[in-house]
Design a protein around this ligand. Sequence first.
Ligand SMILES: [Fe+2]
Ligand SMILES: [Fe+2]
Length: 198
Amino acid sequence: MQFEKTETFLNLARSFAGECQAGMRYQMIAKLAMQENLKCLSDAIKTIAKNETLHATQFFNKLLEKGGSKENITLDAGYPFHAGTLAEGLSFAEKDENDEATDIYPKFAEIAEREGFKDVAALYRMVAEVERHHNEIFNYLAKAVKDGTLYKNDSPVIWVCSECGYMHVADEAWKVCPLCKANQGYVNLHLPFEGNRV
Ligand SMILES: [Fe+2]
Ligand SMILES: [Fe+2]
């Protein structure tokens, strides 16, 4: 079947657009975090934004590899267009990531498989797994920002200043770093995934 006539062709274009938008939305949320002096939170969100632009690149390249350069692709697709406070933005992101991980990309993988594009199906499954991790990170961050527990823990944990490296074990991070005077927002977060710890 001619690639341009498949649903996978359109799905790759839809996914490229969706990932570009997710990357942009997260950059805007990262900016909101910075406005609240939450530098490490902002950096964590920027890391996820970068992941999304890399996903976009993969979808773009896959489309190019199979169909070549296109003058125009007309799409019928819906994308989230929500905005709000930092806490709301993190909650929206949590939901969007869940939709991608559990609904959209698994469906696109199945369609690709059915249409004979095993490599595209594999790509969708790998990206879906990353989005599941993103969902868990946003889930943690949304709750922590809403409850004011970003720098609080039920039991003592190690807090590390991202600026000077000062460390201290306590239930709660310092307001101002005793060594370099950086504010609390510069204390490293305790994200649910070790690999994403910033
Ligand atoms: Fe993504
Ligand atoms: Fe994601």
